[in-house]
Design a protein around this ligand. Structure first.
Ligand code: ZN
Length: 487
């Protein structure tokens, strides 16, 4: 009996101890970024449809992000700015009417005018001398052959494509005079096959308007011991595409970093921001930098296009002219953090990537900034994969990449918000400066010996006098170098 009673008590005690241990470990467990949570954000954002800056879907995306930030217990707000030439597409419909009837997916070039046309399809492999014969036609032409003359002609409408590519979304420096729509390379091939057999009639309706609209930045603040801030950012707008990799993935990562760090108190303040208007020309980040010009911003880190790519595809930093390049010392320190976490990482040249991101707005304002992205080096000319095409959808996203980048991001932000960056920078630069000092000192000594030999043999100085001059010249040069380079 006693044993039984003792056994029951012991079991109770053990269970209570276990419960206490469980509760303690739950409370103290460091939050980790979650692949599923990040993926759910991408799912929501891509589910909205294209989030072109200034459209209702962009506003809904900004509201969703603001709500998420708020649910992590942070101060959050929306900042708005104007997009002079936003583009609202009500309808874009392309149908083959003869000899078969089928609807095709199409994407209007942004700022294409509204028009409903029906006409005979003409495949143009090279723009002919007599372009007038194309006037009453709807022209099908590969993008590389599409010249300004043809656009100015103009035909009724233009369908364009690239072989083996999905439909692309793009914006031209000057708005086209006729509707130009992108179709997939596969659909173009089918149309060319049809044309070989018969006349083809197609109908195209583009109902869209270019107008002045508001775009939004969603911002949240995690207060630190000092008001000096680190800005962690991505962009929530897209082209006329689902924009999963570009850049719902970056938004998802910023949200996960914010959620994980929301309960921590760091030395510096962290500002989380997702921008609108990136695709129109970095408008959101440019507006943010102007509105926050009186805030002390120590550094900015941009996450854009990070949802997919092979093991060796992580890139941190962009090399180019100072106008587009990231800040080298910041690239190096963020790269080291990623390497310490076991990732292969390098920076890339703008020519290889073919684009840049919101870091440019910060660098322009004199704020150190870097860009984290994930490429597929195998893709050759198009290392960012499906970006700016209709294939940039949920299927393009690799959940694990989202989580990996969020984990790197958490460590990077902890470091950036906790470190004495100036001291780090001085320490980082010291070996370079020490090497420069050594080179200058040795150079000065060699030069002084040369001068003394010249004075001894050509000017007839005594060795004693030459040695004095040598010591003085070399000594002065070394002291000067020390003051200029090492101190
Ligand atoms: Zn982007």
């Amino acid at each position: 009996m006693f044993r039984a009673k003792y056994g029951t008590n012991l079991r109770w005690i053990l269970q209570i101890l276990l419960l206490i241990t469980f509760l303690y470990s739950t409370i103290n467990a460091q939050q980790e970024p979650s692949a599923n949570r990040a993926y759910a954000h991408v799912q929501f954002l891509t589910g909205l449809g294209p989030r072109l800056a200034g459209t209702t879907t962009e506003a809904i995306a900004a509201g969703y992000i603001e709500n998420e930030f708020r649910s992590y217990g942070m101060d959050t707000w929306i900042e708005s700015f104007v997009i002079e030439n936003s583009y609202v597409v009500e309808e874009s419909r392309l149908s083959v009417l003869q000899p078969i009837q089928v609807d095709l997916t199409c994407v209007p070039v942004i700022h294409s005018p509204s028009r409903t046309v029906t006409g005979q399809l003409a495949y143009v492999s090279d723009v002919p001398e007599n372009r007038d014969q194309l006037r009453e036609h709807i022209v099908l032409i590969e993008k590389t052959k599409l010249s300004r003359e043809l656009v100015d002609l103009p035909p009724l409408a233009i369908l364009t494509y690239l072989e083996n590519m999905p439909a692309i979304s793009e914006m031209w420096p000057n708005p086209p005079k006729v509707p130009i729509v992108w179709i997939s390379g596969r659909d173009a091939l089918e149309l060319i096959k049809l044309l070989e057999q018969d006349q083809v009639v197609v109908g195209l309706r583009v109902a869209a308007r270019t107008e002045r609209r508001a775009s939004y930045n969603a911002v949240a603040r995690l207060p630190g011991e000092s008001s000096e801030a680190v800005v962690v950012n991505a962009h929530h707008d897209s082209m006329l595409t689902p924009g999963a990799v570009d850049d719902a993935s970056g938004v998802a990562v910023v949200l996960e970093i914010a959620r994980v760090l929301s309960s921590e108190r760091l030395k510096r303040t962290v500002i989380f921001a997702t921008f609108g208007g990136e695709e129109f020309g970095l408008f959101g980040s440019a507006d943010f930098v102007i509105k926050h010009k009186d805030d002390e911003i120590a550094a900015a880190i941009t996450f854009d296009c990070i949802g997919a790519g092979p093991e060796n595809g992580l890139r941190i930093g962009l090399e180019d002219s100072p106008q587009y390049a990231t800040t080298e010392w910041l690239d190096v320190c963020v790269q080291r953090i990623a390497e310490n976490l076991g990732f292969y990482v390098q920076s890339e040249h703008l020519n290889a990537v073919g684009g840049y991101s919101d870091h440019v707005s910060f660098v322009k304002a004199g704020i150190p900034a870097t860009w984290v992205y994930w490429i597929n080096p195998e893709y050759g000319y198009d290392v960012l994969g499906p970006v700016h095409t209709l294939d940039d959808d949920l299927d393009a996203i690799d959940k694990i990449r989202l989580q990996q980048v969020a984990s790197i991001g958490v460590e990077v932000v902890r470091w950036l918000a906790g470190e004495n960056l100036e001291a780090w920078l001085r320490a980082h630069e010291f070996p370079v400066r020490a090497a420069a000092f050594t080179v200058v000192s040795v150079g000065a000594i060699i030069l002084a010996i040369g001068v003394c030999c010249f004075a001894r043999y050509r000017r007839g100085w005594t060795w004693g006098r030459a040695a004095w001059v040598l010591s003085l010249v070399a000594g002065a040069a070394i002291v000067l170098a020390y003051l200029l380079i090492l101190v």
